[in-house]
Write a protein that binds this ligand. Structure first.
Ligand code: ATP
Ligand code: MG
Length: 400
């Protein structure tokens, strides 16, 4: 529910607020740029402005919803509210709150949505203590009375209301809103160094990549083309999921490095028994490390979770990780598949991850679940790491 005449979006940032002044200012500028990039990418008619420690989007009645969505899809944003702007005077503020409540009551009468039963009015004043001839309490009291007059059967609940009519009063403008659309939180993309994202086209890897993007790290997507063990459908899934991720980062380079690995897969299938998947993982990390060197990335992110597959037992993760010097980030480490799936749906990568992809199975029938470094090193081809270097050197860039 928006106040009548809402044409502005009030954006709140997330972890930026805990930074020192200089870092915070830098991150706010970055956040501003990133919101603007998404706004432009979606053709939303809105101007982005950084004011105080907030970001505002100046839109109009038609575009304010899309502008709110754009802000709420930007990493580093805690929440975004479509708001009406009124003069910072008690009369207009109280009128705006009452008008919002009327809109609300009308929608309730039409049975439009599940609107809730309990209400609160919240006011916040920023700026000098003597900037206004009224206090926040004055606004809450008079605003509250005006709001409740409009509602058919109002019940006050100040601790956990279904609907909060809010006003944020600045020096000469006040913002009236009810909705706080949640954003992803985190930090603005680009405020951290790049990481390699190993993307397979499965459900997990795009979620893992999204999680590090949320913390500000741009990704360099790497896809291993597995020949008979992958194939065009497999590849299409991987590219589609990266395309979804790119929607969150239109001002970043998210082209995919496609690495030829069919020959190596054939070799592993022919020559390596129970430790095959572990050897494959070690190859993959080595490839990622070479791409990292080339692209100035500082780590590798994967969609692995403890115990999800035999190659991901706690012990096997320990052994495979030793193939790489760079840290391997596993944001899904502790998550259950159902939670990962739910998150994939929310961020929009789920559908593409589940396009059927017919391909041969590379996993051995009796996989090793309790490997040691010795077992794996004895099982792997002597030139595995040279092959990884060569494969990485033959990577092609795929525009998505
Ligand atoms: P996902 O984990 O993405 O759902 P999956 O379950 O098919 O796909 P796993 O076997 O669980 O893949 O692989 C674990 C992780 O290894 C993936 O999350 C991904 O980060 C990486 N990975 C697997 N296969 C590939 C590939 N062909 N190219 C790049 N990375 C890959
Ligand atoms: Mg997986």
């Amino acid at each position: 529910m928006k106040p009548p005449g809402a044409d502005t979006v009030l954006v709140r940032h997330a972890d930026i607020g805990v930074k020192s002044g200089k870092v915070q200012a830098e991150m706010e500028r970055r956040l501003r740029d990133n919101i603007e990039a998404i706004v432009r990418d979606r053709d939303v008619d809105a101007e982005v402005e950084r004011r105080w420690s907030r970001i505002l989007l100046h839109a109009d009645a038609e575009s304010v919803d899309a502008a709110t969505d754009a802000a709420a899809d930007t990493f580093g944003v805690r929440s975004a509210s479509p708001a009406a702007v009124v003069p910072a005077e008690k009369g207009p503020i109280v009128d705006a709150l009452a008008g919002t409540a009327r809109e609300y009551a009308d929608a309730a009468a039409r049975g439009d949505e599940d609107l809730g039963d309990t209400f609160a009015v919240r006011a916040r004043r920023a700026g000098n203590a003597d900037a206004h001839p009224f206090t926040s309490e004055d606004l809450e009291r008079d605003g509250g009375a005006a709001v409740f007059e409009q509602l058919p059967d109002p019940e006050v609940d100040l601790t956990d209301p279904d609907v909060t009519f809010s006003v944020e009063c600045r020096e000469d403008e006040a913002f009236v809103y009810t909705e706080q659309r949640p954003g992803p939180g985190g930090l603005p993309l680009g405020s951290q160094a790049k990481v390699i994202a190993l993307v397979s086209g499965g459900i997990d890897s795009p979620v893992a990549a999204w999680e590090v993007m949320k913390r500000g790290a741009p990704i360099v997507p790497v896809y291993l083309e597995l020949g008979d063990y992958g194939g065009p459908d497999h590849e299409a899934r991987a590219m589609e999921t990266v395309r979804r991720l790119a929607d969150y980062a239109p001002n970043f380079d998210t082209r995919v490095r496609k690495v030829p690995a069919g020959d190596v897969m054939d070799l592993l299938a022919a020559e390596v028994g129970p430790a095959r998947m572990l050897v494959y993982r070690r190859f993959m990390y080595r490839v990622a490390e070479h791409v990292a060197r080339e692209t100035n990335a500082t780590g590798i992110v994967t969609g692995e979770a403890i115990g999800q597959k035999s190659s991901q037992t706690a012990r096997n993760l320990g052994v495979t990780s030793r193939a790489a010097d760079l840290p391997i980030h596993r944001p899904l480490l502790s998550m259950d598949k159902s939670n990962i799936t739910e998150r994939a749906r929310r961020i929009g990568t789920f559908r593409d991850s589940t396009i059927p992809a017919g391909c041969n199975r590379i996993a051995p029938d009796y996989p090793e679940t309790n490997a040691t470094l010795e077992i794996v090193e004895n099982a792997e081809p002597d030139d595995l790491f040279e092959r990884a270097e060569e494969a990485a050197a033959n990577a092609t860039l795929v525009d998505i």
